[in-house]
Write a protein that binds this ligand. Structure first.
Ligand code: GDP
Ligand code: MG
Length: 363
């Protein structure tokens, strides 16, 4: 079965994203997809991290002696009395940062014996993926300046992971890969100012963009609501939702052969399609086919595709890429980007609303 691997340096957002993804897809989505934990460790990891976040605490960094192997099968429910279909494996080796540094960082070559197995497991994991998701935390990219050695090291490691994963020497086939910018809830304004995740990468990480900007670049957030705790830190609100992680599943699904999107045709029918740039799932009513709008997530210009081509909407005539305006680093406050990201409650209606609004503006 096809393997989807998720990696990222320490602090890139693996734990928070996987907990959110695990919980979000513990329920089937509109098309019947769900994530089935393969073992108790994965199920309890999700439950424990989500409970902690609902209490207003971020998860702790993974300690060096703890390897968290998280494994799910992505499945799809077909009918009431039919066995769900296995679609692909989704996994993450939530290794401690030190293992990443040893495998891909400046300390390559001097691997202590007690971590040697983990280092080779991580490298093998990256090499064996059919689809690879590499996480980068936007906070590191935007707020932490480039003169911070920790950030510099993180970006170097990210470059090395990609270089190792995408190496095609010896006839090896590189995986399909995406860079996911995490914590997008806090930086929605910057993403907009840069005209989407691709622009953020070009503006703040030009070296990564030069080498890997041809990959799919997405922005995602595992929580849609944060509050200030007693110490003035932003923490997840007790009733946060992880709806914005559907962009990750959208990307995984686009890579699956033979997957049909649901698009019931009729006067009030809803069409599902993906933004060709950021893979956000967008819904529109059938009478909006052919209308132009902007993706509510990345600002890409889109045309609502007809039902037959709804799964992969054709990109509009390409616009010359404007250099992004200098984007003032936002404070870590939530709420500024609320219009761009919308409220996750009633997400379907929100997207229809956004598209309708933008289309009116374009006419
Ligand atoms: N606001 C917000 N912060 C996030 C999100 N994901 C991660 N973070 C922040 O990034 C930190 C590191 O995330 P974590 O998942 O522990 O990273 P890991 O080391 O890759 O597992 C967290 O403690 C949060 O402060 C998100 O979706 N929204
Ligand atoms: Mg972690």
């Amino acid at each position: 079965m096809k393997k989807v691997a998720i990696v990222g340096v320490e602090g890139s957002g693996k734990t928070v994203m996987l907990a959110g993804l695990g919980e979000l897809y513990s329920h089937t989505d509109a098309d019947g997809y769900f994530l089935a934990p393969k073992n108790y460790a994965t199920a309890s990891y999700v439950a424990e991290k989500i409970a902690k976040m609902r209490r207003g605490e971020w998860p702790m960094a993974t300690p060096e002696d703890a390897l968290q192997g998280l494994d799910w099968t992505l499945k799809r429910r077909r009918g009431e009395r039919q066995r769900p279909e296995d679609i692909c494996e989704v996994s993450c080796l939530d290794f401690a940062g030190e293992v990443y540094r040893l495998a891909f960082g400046i300390r390559q070559g001097a691997v202590p014996r007690d971590l040697a197995d983990e280092v080779s497991a991580l490298k093998e994991y990256v090499r064996n993926a059919d689809d690879l998701i590499v996480l980068i935390n936007l906070r590191d990219v935007i707020v932490q300046s480039a003169d911070d050695p920790r950030v510099q090291e993180s970006m170097w490691i990210t470059n090395e992971i990609l270089s190792y994963a995408l190496d095609e020497t010896g006839g090896r086939k590189a995986p399909r890969a995406a860079i996911v910018l995490s914590q997008a809830d806090s930086y929605a304004e910057t993403i907009q100012a840069c005209r989407g995740p691709q622009g953020v990468l070009s503006h703040y990480l030009p070296h990564v963009a030069n080498n890997y900007g041809w990959l799919d670049i997405l922005a995602a957030s595992a929580v849609d609501k944060t509050v200030l705790d007693d110490n003035g830190n932003l923490v997840p609100a007790p009733d946060f939702q992880s709806e914005k992680l559907r962009v990750i599943m959208g990307w995984i699904r686009v890579g699956l052969e033979g997957v049909e999107e649901t698009s019931t045709v009729g006067s009030d029918a809803l069409l599902h399609f993906h933004c060709p740039r950021c893979y956000e799932t967008i819904e529109a009513t059938a009478d909006m086919v052919g209308a132009q709008g902007e993706c509510p997530t990345c600002g890409n210009r889109i045309i609502v595709p007809p039902p037959a081509s709804a799964p992969v909407s054709p990109p509009p005539p390409s616009q010359p890429q404007q250099p992004p305006p200098p984007a003032a680093p936002e404070s870590d406050s939530k709420g500024k980007g609320a219009e761009a990201w919308g409220e996750s409650i009633g997400g379907i209606l929100f997207f229809i609303y956004v598209i309708s609004k933008v289309i009116k503006g374009c006419q």
